[in-house]
Design a protein around this ligand. Sequence first.
Ligand code: ADP
Length: 365
Amino acid sequence: MNWDEPTETAAGPLQGGTDERDRLVGPDADGEDTAVEAALRPKDLAEFVGQERVREQLDLVLRAARARGATADHVLLSGAPGLGKTTLSMIIAAEMGAPIRITSGPAIQHAGDLAAILSSLQEGEVLFLDEIHRMSRPAEEMLYMAMEDFRVDVIVGKGPGATAIPLELPPFTLVGATTRAGLLPPPLRDRFGFTAHMEFYAPGELERVIHRSAGLLDVHIEADGAAEIAGRSRGTPRIANRLLRRVRDYAQVKADGVVTRETAAQALDVYEVDVRGLDRLDRAVLTALLKLFGGGPVGLSTLAVAVGEERETVEEVAEPFLVREGLLARTPRGRIATPAAWAHLGLTPPHQQAGGAGQQGLFGA
Ligand code: ADP
């Protein structure tokens, strides 16, 4: 059998069309998150959990600026969605006693859009530019000059009659956020005085995030209840907060509102988020890879057909976390499952089964 040919066999097909935003374990904010997150955001550096190195460095940058009575250097924050970039930008403004303006790369398609924002900033204001890697080229070039010289050239008119009118800006702090630091052009990266990379959170740190949020949401949670949620939160505070809300609902209806390990586990089983944070889509991909294709290698298209999803969904929505967790590997010959994947789903690899011959040589028989 050629594993790269589409197959009609399906392993627990999903409805198809899974969207990152529909997922309980998706890292991007949905409407409910946006409404609740404002209440859960730490307000100062001391309250911000984890990211010790970033916090320490940022604390120095901000203290030094305050001592000089100056505006803080421009800050670039990189890292996956939901790790606290927006929160940190707000903390920077709060620690500097400055107002904050929030916008994003995709919202600034013309240099004029950026000029309008920059020219209306107050002295010392923090400008948070989310998804800075998605800004248009002309806007990006305008930003270079604004960051370096606090000045922009506004072009008036078109063609040979166009004139550049220089416009002085008040000193401000740009906080740029990106999920893809590698995509930023070096001239832009170089103009940030301080760059921080945010890491995924350790389970213990997520437990602290969960306890803190539970306190703010008035949820009675036991220590091992928080640990259970933390283990399923994919290293991401936004997901931890979201799972906490679902567990709270369950606990209210089924367990007098108290979140114990058992309640948390039962609730998250109902929502199909397993002990490592895999959801239905992730498990469908792994199950197909193991059960239908003996652990691979199998082509992406074939795998996608087997789970009834688009190629892009499998590649962009399911795989990154499976790869990060060391459950799946992308190889030139196709996708392969690691020994950890077999163990996680409680299955035995073919070469370990009595008389089994498959998979020889993939991981060493
Ligand atoms: P990003 O901008 O990186 O997508 P956010 O700053 O919007 O992430 O954070 C998402 C949510 O997670 C926020 O509501 C915030 O309450 C919570 N959060 C993120 N980082 C932390 C942290 N270090 N400590 C406590 N809560 C956090």
